[in-house]
Write a protein that binds this ligand. Structure first.
Ligand code: URA
Length: 244
């Protein structure tokens, strides 16, 4: 078992997370509310320079209680590594709970409505107020729209990338933004930028392990290094648990 781990949010973040509109999430059958909400991953101590916005937690995330730790998260971690970033980020999702099906027009309306919008913006606002953010990287349409609906964020450099689990176009999208991200983001001390573009869509070889310092005390060593796989949509919309 790893000796390094994330000790959790500080008091100010905890107080903000405690204001989450849990009842509103639970009242909407599109959310998977069997498990607890997933709030964040990464630095909440003011040292983040990159705000990563994702869509919604899946199986690995609800196990870890941290955003973007499964396959999608490991691809995002691989991109951060390419940018020379090992730790100076914070990750938040559009939704605190996983959604049934895909991000569609109904979920777009939910995302843009209260109390979801104001709560999410209050998290983004705290990131902006406590950190010197060099770039916002938003993965997927849901995340792009979350950014668009965040008034205080509109002055920050934004990179709207295709979601790492999209069916196609990920490599092209990430490559198109690579030079801009490399220019906007200062590598972490000792970090090396790797400007080589992706060949095709990023895959297993482009993943990076989730740092132990981002995970809870007690997670097994394999966690964040491969993860589970889930299928969504169709007539039998279930999360299927299988380690890949
Ligand atoms: N995809 C996301 O966008 N966010 C997560 O936390 C996990 C998968």
């Amino acid at each position: 078992m790893a000796t390094k781990f994330d000790h959790g949010p500080n008091a100010a973040w905890e107080a903000l997370f405690a204001k989450a509109p849990i009842a509103a999430f639970k009242a909407n059958p599109r959310f998977r509310t069997e498990f607890a909400p997933v709030f964040y991953r990464g630095r909440l101590d003011g040292s983040a320079r990159i705000l990563v916005i994702g869509q919604d937690p899946s199986t690995d995330e609800i196990l870890a209680q941290r955003c973007l730790v499964g396959n999608a998260g490991q691809l995002v971690q691989g991109l951060l590594k390419k940018l020379g970033i090992a730790k100076s980020y914070v990750m938040l999702n559009t939704f605190l709970y996983g959604i049934h099906g895909q991000y569609d027009s109904a979920m777009r309306n939910v995302s843009a409505s209260e109390p979801f919008l104001s709560f999410r913006n209050s998290l983004f606002d705290r990131v902006k107020a406590t950190c010197t953010i060099e770039a916002v990287i938003a993965f997927g349409v849901g995340a792009h729209e979350s950014y668009d609906k965040w008034p205080a964020g509109q002055t920050l450099p934004i990179f709207k990338l295709t979601h790492p689990t999209a069916k196609s176009g990920i490599g092209a999208s990430w490559n198109a933004h690579l030079a801009g991200m490399l220019a906007a983001i200062t590598p972490d001390p000792g970090g090396v930028q790797h400007p080589t573009p992706y060949v095709g869509n990023p895959g297993k070889n482009n993943r990076a392990d989730i740092p132990r310092t981002d995970l809870n005390f007690g997670v097994p060593d394999w966690f964040g290094t491969g993860g589970t796989h889930s299928e969504r949509g169709g007539t039998n919309d279930k999360i299927t648990w299988s380690v890949t």
